[in-house]
Write a protein that binds this ligand. Structure first.
Ligand SMILES: Nc1nc2c(c(=O)[nH]1)N[C@H]1C(S)=C(S)[C@@H](COP(=O)(O)OP(=O)(O)OC[C@H]3O[C@@H](n4cnc5c(=O)[nH]c(N)nc54)[C@H](O)[C@@H]3O)O[C@H]1N2
Ligand SMILES: Nc1nc2c(c(=O)[nH]1)N[C@H]1C(S)=C(S)[C@@H](COP(=O)(O)OP(=O)(O)OC[C@H]3O[C@@H](n4cnc5c(=O)[nH]c(N)nc54)[C@H](O)[C@@H]3O)O[C@H]1N2
Ligand code: SF4
Ligand SMILES: [Mo]
Length: 894
């Protein structure tokens, strides 16, 4: 038999989720699906994928996909031809520009677009429509880093690369839950710890999965970071750990910044008080940093999403500048970018306060871009940033909006207000992959079907400035087109034919690369002139490449600033005195808690893709809020119960998780659920719209909130082959299951009504039922062709365990008699105890099985891997396995 080389049939591409930018080998199965594996040759991941990357094949189906253009006709959206849809958009923009001027048109873009898409969109609106009002979801994500980089370094450039995380002796993670949000990079850090003894410090108000791996964990008070890093600067100076030569030769403003730091955090005791930390912990942290030259400080949304985000970023950078720990192997401040192409968006200039290719709005830059594009009316000043943009829409000043690749009705702060604003638009265009999401359902007038991951082709840039090719490996479905082409088609119809004659993604990329090098002469960090003349074949074959890569160069540059060379007028980095730390919105008697929001391990943002994966659904299927036990008790909140979380702006109903991993006075809720997937869990609707004055980034992690217990008579779930019909449950969330649809819920509906409901799902005759009225239990199921057709469980207790057991049976093709009996008993097929929540997504291993294995003597991650395989593939669950081992150990010791 001939052996097939798996690589010959596979396409090398990159993961569409986080900014780690892992290489993926996708092998199409010829039926619209594909197998995925990590690309051993990609320098970001060397063959590994996390739980989300490993489940990519489960997200490729065309269910729910937008496959044809749609135009609104009254209350409904109807299929239209591309010609009709594009004419509608082009004529609509032209009409609004004629009547109200170009600034009445706005685009809202996304770090999930490819660089080519982003470039074309930015060129159309800033160069040809002439409106500066284009912003992107990066405003909610990386804007504070961009502002902090530009202030301190003179350009938005990440000074280090991933190898720095392999060779650092100390890794400080600030406001980053990398174990869940940058898992493969986190595994690189852990390898460094295991193999080289690097130490890891985690600074986060929550004891996250990341914190559990730390040598030192600082459970900082929200907003305490500026004080902590000011205190660190003062300590470094006092202990002779600074590099005076570097400060003198390559920086300015040190004296003023140090004086401001001394005002804010003069001593360890003052720092500890201001940051809500123990003095001993602060002292230990300062000592570690002072004595470890090879330090990387990696930061993410706990830093950026803050009303003082820019100052936080610069307070961190200051400690690196003062010690000269920048641009050397193992020494750098390191922003962990969120989205797969957040960096690409920054490179093309998609943010409202950039023009293009790292150029701003000085008259020289505007003139340069005008000449390069031969553009008739280049925007000459900054536009409205995301939060302001939606306020201008609400006021009726912006009349036309094109949303591309983002779901602002869910992800913006005060999301209900954002959604209401969208309904006011005269022309509301959405390019997306899905037929339905909260933004589309806010009243879009035109839907344009964009190619999705696996179909689209272009480039993305990851957190370390590495440009990789995303390659298509599936046929383009329906009438979907690449975003850059949709933009070009609209531009052409608006009369800008010459500037948008792109025939391929490669054409767009070459122009983007040429602009980056145009009249650059080293003054702009972003220069990929070395890629401006790539042939189509060379573009297709492009290996992952770091930027900058200037004309004539064949290799990108790994590090910046080791020898100075900042992108400021005098080439020196700038220390900037921070404002005294403060949280802008105060808690009150009515709203005594601070609501922190963020991510969970196995979902991506608003779940339009990960929400399709059964294996990812099982880790954490229900929207929840975390609270400390001491806060929960007096409010009558119990673990596994429910609560109403409210702020000045809205209310949500969430399941309660009582945990001491949470700080007192704080709540944490994940951001992933929307009206598309759950009944009252739009967490973004609670979040205040307070922004950082420099970056315009909203503070998504500290909204004053309250929490009240809510009870329901019963709870349960429904598994069904047929799509779910409107439910009589009060609170519910959709859960992906293989071969059907799942819903977990809580309700006050009487059992009798549930019986009627079950009867309506099938012929009464073939529905098997179990009723125990006294205990409030009702279960019904119908079998067809030896499979479960539907099954409904109502009870008074947490239904998760029974749900997991029933889902396993639902997903089984041929059920024997014993298994059918087991279904209504709510036990797993082998009659053993329920699996509990799935911990290892790769092999579907539940918490109960893991606890049992530990009890039988599997006392290490490796031993659990040998018995159950859990943790042996992607490794995303290793922190949870360690937690289970530690919990069992603590139990034994008691
Ligand atoms: N699984 C998964 N991974 C993802 C994503 C996803 O949706 N799901 N999204 C990607 C994107 S776009 C992004 S931007 C990244 C985000 O990646 P992260 O920034 O790591 O994720 P978050 O959960 O938003 O927030 C990080 C941590 O900041 C902490 N924090 C809150 N307030 C403060 C504070 O005042 N100070 C400090 N020091 N910490 C604070 C929170 O408790 C939280 O644990 O993740 C990327 N990766
Ligand atoms: N409260 C709170 N709010 C937050 C955050 C937080 O931590 N707390 N985090 C913020 C951050 S960091 C981020 S990055 C945002 C993310 O928030 P969003 O960007 O709003 O979330 P996504 O679900 O990623 O939305 C992407 C949309 O684009 C579509 N899509 C995917 N690929 C393509 C493509 O190639 N072309 C087109 N046209 N469409 C595509 C998807 O179907 C989906 O509808 O949320 C922000 N909001
Ligand atoms: S860490 Fe996971 S989600 Fe991020 S790029 Fe790699 S495989 Fe994708
Ligand atoms: Mo993000």
């Amino acid at each position: 038999m001939q052996r097939v080389d798996p690589r010959s049939a596979s396409v090398a591409t990159v993961c569409p989720y986080c900014g780690v930018g892992c290489g993926v080998l996708a092998t199409p199965d010829g039926c619209g699906g594909a197998a995925v594996a990590g690309d051993p040759d990609h320098p970001a991941n060397h063959g590994r994928l996390c739980s989300k990357g490993s489940a990519l094949h489960e997200t490729l189906s065309l269910d729910g996909r937008l496959l044809h253009p749609m135009l609104r006709a009254g209350e409904t959206l109807r299929r239209a031809t591309w010609d009709a849809a594009l004419d509608h958009v082009a004529q609509g923009f032209a009409r609004i520009i004629d009547t109200h001027g170009p600034q009445a048109v706005a685009f809202y873009l996304s770090g999930q677009l490819l660089t080519e898409d982003y470039y074309a969109a930015n060129k159309l609106i800033k160069g040809f429509i002439g409106s500066p009002n284009v912003d992107t979801n990066s405003r909610l994500c990386m804007a504070s880093t961009v502002a902090g980089h530009k202030r301190a370094l003179g350009a938005d450039v990440v000074p280090g690369c991933y190898e720095d995380l392999d060779c650092a002796d100390l890794i400080v993670l600030v406001g980053s839950n990398a174990a869940w949000c940058h898992p493969i990079l986190f595994q690189r850090m852990l390898r460094n710890k295991q193999e080289r003894g690097a130490r890891i410090v985690v600074i986060d108000p929550r004891r996250t999965a990341t914190a559990e791996e730390a040598d030192l964990f600082l459970p900082i008070a929200p907003g305490g970071d500026v004080a902590l890093f000011c205190g660190l600067l003062v300590h470094l100076v006092a202990n002779g750990a600074t590099c005076d030569d570097y400060i003198a030769q390559h920086t300015e403003g040190f004296t003023q910044a140090l004086a401001a730091a001394r005002e804010i955090a003069p001593t360890i005791a003052a720092t500890a008080a201001a940051a809500g930390l123990r003095e001993g912990d602060v002292a230990a942290f300062f000592e570690l940093v002072a004595t470890t030259p090879k330090t990387v400080t990696a930061f993410s949304q706990g830093v950026n999403q803050s009303a003082q985000g820019t100052d936080k970023v610069d307070a961190i950078i200051h400690c690196h500048l003062a010690t000269g720990r920048i641009g050397a192997p193992g020494a750098a401040p390191f922003s962990l970018t969120g989205q797969p192409n957040a960096m690409g968006g920054r490179e093309v200039g998609g943010l409202a306060n950039q023009l293009a290719a790292h150029m701003g709005f000085s008259s020289a830059e505007v003139d340069r871009v005008r000449r390069f594009w031969s553009a008739p009316r280049v925007a000459t000043h900054e536009g409205l940033k995301a939060v302001q943009m939606f306020e201008a829409i609400a006021r009726g000043e912006i009349k036309a909006l094109w949303v591309m690749g983002t779901n602002p009705a869910v992800s913006l702060p005060r999301a209900d207000d954002a959604r209401a604003a969208l309904a006011k638009l005269d022309l509301f265009v959405v390019s997306d992959n899905v037929l339905s999401n909260d933004t589309i359902n806010a009243g879009a007038h035109v839907l344009l079907p964009a190619q999705a991951w696996g179909e689209k082709s272009g480039t993305v840039t990851n957190s370390e400035r590495r440009i990789s090719r995303q390659r298509a490996f599936l046929p383009s479905p329906g009438e979907a087109k690449p975003d850059w082409r949709i933009v070009s088609d609209v531009a052409t119809r608006m009369g800008f034919c010459d500037a948008f004659r792109f025939q391929s993604a490669a054409d767009v990329f070459r122009e983007h690369a040429a602009l980056s090098a145009f009249e650059n002469d080293g003054s702009r960090s972003f220069d990929i002139g070395g890629l401006a003349t790539l042939s189509d074949e060379a573009y297709d074959a492009l290996h992952p490449t770091l930027w900058p890569i200037r004309a004539g160069e064949t290799k990108g540059r790994a590090r910046f600033f080791g020898e100075g060379g900042y992108f400021t007028a005098n080439g020196k980095a700038r220390f900037i005195a921070p404002e005294p730390p403060s949280l802008k919105a105060a808690t009150t008697a009515a709203f005594p808690f601070r609501l922190n929001t963020g991510r969970i391990r196995d979902q991506w943002h608003t779940m339009t893709r990960t929400g399709k994966s059964p294996r990812l659904a099982r880790h954490s299927p229900f929207p929840f809020v975390e609270i400390h036990p001491a806060d929960a008790a007096p409010l009558g909140l119990v673990d596994g119960g429910f609560a109403c979380v409210s702020s000045r702006h809205a209310e949500c109903l969430l399941a309660v998780s009582v945990t001491d991993r949470q700080r007192r006075g704080q709540l944490f809720a994940p951001i992933h659920w929307s009206d598309e997937t759950a009944s009252f869990a739009r967490v973004g609707s609670l979040v205040a719209a307070i922004v950082d004055p420099h970056s315009g980034q909203p503070e998504a992690k500290a909204t004053p909130a309250r929490i009240d217990a809510v009870t329901f008579k019963s709870r349960g779930f429904l598994l069904s082959r047929a799509p779910l019909r409107p439910m009589i449950a009060a609170l519910g969330t959709k859960v992906a299951v293989a071969g059907g649809h799942g819903l977990l819920f809580a309700s006050d509906t009487a059992l009798a009504s549930w019986r009627d409901y079950a009867a309506s799902l099938g012929d009464e005759a073939d529905v098997a039922e179990y009723l125990d009225e006294a205990r409030g239990i009702y279960r019904a199921a119908r079998f067809r062709d030896q499979r479960v057709d539907f099954c409904l469980f109502i009870g008074t207790e947490d239904a998760r365990g029974a749900f997991d057991a029933a889902t396993t049976l639902f997903e089984t093709e041929r059920l024997g008699l014993e298994q059918r009996k087991a279904l209504l008993s709510g036990r797993s097929p082998d009659g053993a105890a329920q699996d509990g929540p799935i911990v290892c997504a790769c092999f579907g291993v539940g918490a109960a099985a893991i606890d049992a294995a530990i009890a039988k003597g599997a006392h290490s991650v490796a031993a659990i891997g040998e018995t159950l395989r859990a943790g042996a593939n992607c490794g995303s669950c290793i922190p949870e396995l360690k937690r289970a081992i530690a919990a069992a150990r603590a139990c034994c010791e008691e």
